[in-house]
Write a protein that binds this ligand. Sequence first.
Ligand code: TXA
Ligand code: MG
Length: 330
Amino acid sequence: MTRLLAADPAGIAAAADILRGGGLVAFPTETVYGLGADATDDRAVARIFAAKGRPRFNPLIVHVSDGEAAFRLGRGDARARALASALWPGPLTLVLPAAEDCPISLLARAGLDTVALRVPVHPVAQALLAVAGLPIAAPSANRSGHVSPTTAAHVLDDLSGRIDAVLDGGPCPIGLESTVLDLSGASPTLLRPGGVTVEAIEAVIGPIALAGRSDGSAPRSPGRLESHYAPSLPLRLDVLEVAPDEALLAFGPAPPPAPLAINLSREGDLTEAAAGLYAALRSLDAEARKRGLTRIAVMPIPRRGLGLAIADRLRRAAAPRPPRAELNGG
Ligand code: TXA
Ligand code: MG
């Protein structure tokens, strides 16, 4: 059975006990809910993949209390330390060379000699890290192939009965995942756009490369090209005219007519759109299927600031994917 814990001292103490015992606790961060386990315990980490039904072992982000804790696990150069002092705590994940004798589970690192580290700013995540006294490995707390959860109810929809507890901290303020920046190679490379903008990173360390673009090499983040964020109905992107069998994910003040629509932001505000993106995809998907619609049309989203991350998520959600039955193998 999955316990729903209040985000008060008693609930946080109970969640920390579960983590120390090798169990799984979903907890709120400023981005999305994470499915947490003791990052130093392979079996606990394996339970994450099992609960999610992940089709393969992607490396996981390891959450820690502060930069000092992070740089005990990964080797941070001057750029890493500058970014840490400017942007941590917050929705930025740094991929660093693993420290010698790094205690993080190899499963959590997918066998790599790097480690992805993040210091969340959410007070409930911070309290849990402090009380548990452990680095916490946590991917988004959804079944594989589903959209990331931004409320405790979303987590329970996907994982009830498969994890030990959910700490309910209310809706996540940002609503999409952290930015992943690889600092393990010669030049800093953006592996996943997210809650911290490219502009904010470049203001600290100067120009960064976008993975897979500059030199045509394979992306270094194994999970980045998978369609992890897909609703069950197919998406059609950059749509200005909606077909009669389509629901509409709208953006801005003048959406075209549609049989069913949710507007991410009437004001055209990208922060508001990001915060509501996954919830909108979930309810649009469910309601559209109920009404016999066959597709979700998505209006164009401007490719600047958080719009880059939103467009990336939508592109992945629209990508061809294996049938659900194959994804839910675990
Ligand atoms: O906002 C977030 O980042 C959320 C919350 C819970 O913190 N977590 C999250 O984790 O989105 P996940 O597992 O869904 O995404 C982790 C991303 C994947 O794209 C993965 O491939 C990449 O980080 N990643 C993790 N470790 C890596 C490594 N050592 N090298 C390259 N990429 C790595
Ligand atoms: Mg995820």
